[in-house]
Design a protein around this ligand. Structure first.
Ligand code: FES
Length: 114
């Protein structure tokens, strides 16, 4: 059964731009992963949202490492229903300690490019 979930997703147009949160209301099966929910947002609501592209979806590649409601986690391994705040909101940010290239895409160092 689908449930409406409000996602607050970090957006930043480029390395040097200012970041902000954009809200997306999504009707989804809340047993899907946060990562799949983000791809649904990208495919159905906002094609400008940049996400890490490599997707093993098995917790191996770590490309989907993000802060989800303040906790650093692999988004492909976290079902939406397990991380909803009491308000029914999921806030997604890039991982801490890595440079932001665009939106939720983080690099590893000074030589990263989008
Ligand atoms: S997509 Fe590879 S660890 Fe999540």
């Amino acid at each position: 059964m689908k449930k409406k979930v409000l996602f607050e997703v970090y957006r930043q147009g480029s390395k040097d731009a200012c970041g902000y949160f954009k809200e997306y209301l999504l009707a989804i099966d809340d047993r899907i992963s946060v990562y799949d929910a983000l791809w649904t947002i990208r495919n159905e609501l906002d094609t400008s949202l940049a996400l890490p592209y490599f997707r093993c979806r098995k917790g191996v590649c770590t490309s989907c490492l993000m802060r989800i409601n303040g906790v650093q986690r692999l988004a492909c391994r976290i079902p939406v229903h397990t991380t909803l705040s009491e308000d029914g909101i999921i806030r997604v940010e890039p991982p801490k300690g890595r440079p932001i290239l665009k939106d939720l895409v983080a690099g590893w160092g000074d030589h990263d490019e989008v």
